[in-house]
Design a protein. Structure first.
Lengths: 302, 212
């Protein structure tokens, strides 16, 4: 065999260039959604097991993800889980069910990507609208009481109270003891005294107004037409919310479904914006590191 | 599956219509039945300290004319959780019926068992020893009293369905069961958790009292 012919044969036998491996947007949306269902569906075995099997089937039988019935079945399973376990189901489980429904119904149209993008935008806007509504009408949100309580008693926030809010561990343990004494089945108490620093109040105010501001901006940017008020593309509001909120309130399932829907509706945005949504999902995994333990270890070292 | 262009409207708006319908239903239940804002698909999470955890159940058993606090048994926790999240009269009645129909025993062994007792004592002492601040003395006292109480008070519990009474346990027939639903609110100005009773039901136990 002459040398040029040998080179040509070798090129023909070589794997396809990297461009051939480029993943299309729909595949990214499907993979993010299937992983979401696999890892964050309802906790009850009778939902988790079939949902897990369906989600895995979606990975191994590529045609399935182009089938509306497949997504509608995943949505139905999620809805059943929410209906049967309403007393435990968190709000993002509802959002997962609506999102699977949106993907399934969009598969019945000529332009699935366009329609699931529009549906994603409305779902994000509506979810944030209700979240803001409840915060505005709540008696203990705007005055900072909710976040003060969270910084004292919620494991996801309490280490932040110690790291930045000036709380010391014995004081935090005493507050927890007071709470447990009140909640104990044989308690006769109806008041439990707490003690905390001014730093907790300041942090609670900051979280309150930061949360309300970012959520209001996301709701408005996703529900109102883009105009003078919202010159900044809506994606930046949602990305700011995703990267800031889930660093502390590590409800990863919620962040994940928002990032997936954010990606789905970012068809007209620059490619870098879409990549940021995928990055948000990746970064959220890092948020699950045991920061409380790491902080305690570093504090002990210092 | 065929792609139907007339399904565009449905695909764009049906999911958000579902979201809005469920959220409005949840709003109605919050206003009318005191459903926890954290649950029910209305996106009210992280808006109030009135979480399902801030609502709690206290059960009292009347045995031999004396009232005793008892823990909610594991077999009734799911019903209790529903009563905490959606505290309607029906939910509390359901919990009360479940507790009334159960078999109750006086079983002091669980807390009087030396190993368990020592463990509880060690934990509580360790917790108490960390408090150097005089202002925390009150909480210390509560815990010290609880240790004494645990050591001396009779312990009643409901057997799980099909569970035989453990050795040493004595079956009792409560005259009355009282179920109370409480909730605390976080008062930042006073730096206190303030609990109040939301609902209460008292009922005669359904277990048959054996003939003397």
């Amino acid at each position: 065999m002459s040398e040029p012919v040998a080179v040509a044969a070798a090129e023909a036998a070589a794997p396809a260039p990297a461009a051939g491996l480029r993943i299309d947007r729909f595949t990214v949306i499907s993979v993010l959604t299937l992983l979401l269902v696999l890892l964050h569906s309802d906790d009850a075995w009778y939902i988790r097991v079939p949902a897990g099997i369906f989600a895995l089937a979606g990975f191994f039988v590529p045609n399935l993800i182009r089938n509306a019935g497949f997504w509608l079945m995943l949505s139905l399973l999620s809805m059943m889980g929410n209906a049967l376990n309403w007393q435990r189901a968190d709000n993002h489980k509802y959002l997962i069910a609506y999102w699977c429904l949106a993907v399934g119904l969009s598969m019945l149209t000529r332009d699935p990507e366009e329609n699931m993008g529009r549906s994603a935008r409305l779902l994000i806007g509506a979810a944030f609208f209700f979240a803001v509504f409840w915060k505005l009408v709540s008696r203990d949100f705007l005055n900072g009481a909710f976040f003060e309580s969270s910084l004292l008693f919620d494991d996801r926030f309490s280490y932040v109270g110690r790291a930045v809010g000036g709380m010391i561990q014995p004081l935090q343990a005493a507050n927890l003891s007071a709470q447990h004494a009140l909640l104990s089945y044989d308690s006769t108490m109806d008041v439990a005294a707490l003690q905390y620093s001014a730093g907790i109040r300041i942090m609670a105010r900051f979280f309150t107004w930061w949360g309300l501001l970012t959520e209001t901006l996301v709701a408005a940017a996703f529900l109102l037409p883009r105009g003078k008020l919202f010159r900044i593309p809506r994606d930046y509001y949602l990305l700011t919310f995703l990267f800031s909120t889930y660093a502390i309130a590590s409800v990863i399932g919620f962040g994940w479904v928002l990032a997936t829907m954010g990606y789905a509706q970012s068809r007209e945005a620059p490619r870098s914006v879409a990549r940021l949504y995928v990055l948000a999902v990746v970064v959220m995994q890092a948020y699950k590191l045991p920061w409380r333990l790491i902080f305690e270890y570093l504090t002990a070292l210092s | 599956m065929s792609r139907l262009p007339d399904r565009v409207w449905l695909s764009r708006y049906l999911p958000v219509c579902c979201l809005v319908a469920v959220a409005l239903a949840q709003t109605g239940l919050v206003l009318s039945e005191d459903l926890s804002r954290w649950k029910g698909g209305g996106f009210g999470m992280f808006s109030t300290a009135d979480t399902p955890f801030a609502r709690f159940v206290r059960v009292r058993l009347t045995v031999g004319g004396e009232s005793h606090a008892v823990a909610v048994p594991p077999s009734a926790r799911e019903v209790a959780q529903k009563a905490r999240v959606l505290p309607t009269q029906e939910r509390l009645e359901e919990l009360t019926r479940l507790l009334s129909a159960g078999r109750w025993v006086r079983d002091d062994s669980a807390l009087l068992d030396p190993e368990s007792r020592d463990l509880v004592r060690q934990k509580l002492t360790a917790l108490a020893d960390e408090r150097l601040d005089d202002a925390l003395e009150e909480i210390d006292q509560i815990y010290r009293q609880r240790v004494v109480k645990m050591r001396n008070a009779p312990t009643f519990r409901m057997l799980d369905p099909g569970e035989p009474p453990p050795p040493g346990a004595v079956e009792v027939h409560p005259e009355e069961i009282q179920v109370e639903l409480w909730r605390y609110r976080f008062d930042g100005a006073q730096q206190k958790l303030i609990a109040r009773k939301v609902r209460s039901i008292t009922t005669a136990a359904l277990t048959p009292v054996p003939a003397p």
